[in-house]
Design a protein around this ligand. Structure first.
Ligand code: TXA
Ligand code: MG
Length: 325
């Protein structure tokens, strides 16, 4: 079995798999990543092949510390302030790349920018420190499927195609990192996550950086994160959002207290948070979608989930899951 419990021996083994060109799935605080040596073309190609990911979709690189990050990306004052404030943590910065930094060209997929983060998970950090180089890691799911938040999710999607899966238990945040691109005069949110644009604005303000925070929606001329295709995060079932009633036989993805009529009609119910805790809901969302799919549910009704805090990211992922295919 490729799933390994973490220990100093298995972490070292994982680092040497990376060093010899293999792929390792590892937990971060957001979701599990599928990691490979970001300087090695052949290893990076393995990531794309394992996930069946189009090579036009660039990869995030993960590093253990800021000094290593600076070898690969340029940090204007605003980016340095965000790194200072949020790293290690669930924030990915899209920055102008440093030329001839040694990263595989495949990482960029033709962009002049590079996406980079320092994850906050102790296992991820320990792996990055042991390997001591940049690790390219997209979410460790089959392309187009929901991101994995447990080692079993990774095994179900990618199985024996990965050389090792480090099992750190369920991830705490449960939703992929917030992605922001830093421009000269403003910061642009490309993907909502557990760090909100309001928190980013507050942090910049605290660090004395006067710069706008904007949200990229597809009506602007700038490209969104290429991987944010609408049909991502797709379970097999059809997903119906903001349901105020449940049709007989529908599965119910609930939030907060469940009306009696819903309970009577639903074929299955998973409550993301009976107490209405939005962080708890985020941490359980992807596992719930996978579980309902595993039951063979054809239709999922989703109760309204508040669009505040990480609720924005939950609604973003659910809207993508609900796009007709
Ligand atoms: O939480 C996370 O970010 C996880 C963990 C493993 O770190 N990783 C993750 O990677 O979600 P991935 O590849 O599944 O999503 C990264 C997104 C993709 O939509 C990709 O297109 C975008 O980031 N991206 C990567 N490089 C970019 C760049 N230079 N400019 C704009 N978007 C970029
Ligand atoms: Mg992904």
């Amino acid at each position: 079995m490729t799933i390994k419990k973490p220990s100093s021996a298995t972490i070292q083994q994982a680092a040497s798999i990376l060093a010899t060109g293999g792929v390792v799935a590892f937990p971060t605080e957001t979701v599990y990543g599928l990691g490979a040596n970001a300087k090695n073309d052949a290893s990076v190609v393995k990531i794309f092949e394992t996930k069946t990911r189009p090579q036009t979709n660039p990869l995030i690189i993960h590093v253990a510390d800021l000094s290593l990050a600076k070898q690969f990306a340029k940090f204007p004052t605003s980016a340095a302030a965000l790194a200072q404030h949020f790293w290690p943590g669930p924030l990915t910065l899209v920055l102008e790349r440093v030329e001839n930094s040694g990263l595989s060209e495949k990482i960029y997929a033709g962009n002049t920018t590079v996406a980079i983060r320092i994850p906050a998970h102790p296992l991820a950090l320990s792996l990055l420190q042991n390997f001591s180089g940049p690790v390219a890691a997209p979410s460790a799911n089959r392309s187009g499927h929901v991101s994995p938040t447990t080692a079993d999710h990774v095994a179900n999607d990618l199985g024996d195609q990965v050389d090792m899966i480090l099992d750190g238990g369920p991830t705490t945040k449960g939703i992929e990192s917030t992605i922001v691109q830093v421009f000269d005069d403003h910061v642009e949110l490309l993907r909502p996550g557990s760090i909100t644009s309001a928190e980013i604005a507050t942090a910049l303000d605290k660090e004395g950086v006067l710069i706008d925070v904007r949200t990229n929606n597809k009506t602007t001329s700038r490209p969104n994160a290429p991987g944010q295709l609408e049909s991502h995060y797709a379970p097999r079932a059809t997903v119906r959002l903001n349901a105020d009633a449940v049709a007989p036989g529908e599965a119910l993805l609930a939030f907060g207290s469940i009306p009696k009529a819903h309970t009577a009609a639903a074929a299955h119910i998973i409550n993301l948070s009976p107490t209405g805790n939005i962080e708890e809901a985020a941490s359980l969302l992807f596992a719930a979608l996978r579980e309902l799919d595993a039951k063979g549910t054809p239709n999922i009704a989703v109760m309204p989930i508040p669009k505040s805090g990480v609720g924005l990211a939950i609604n973003d992922r659910l809207a993508r899951a609900a796009v007709p295919r």
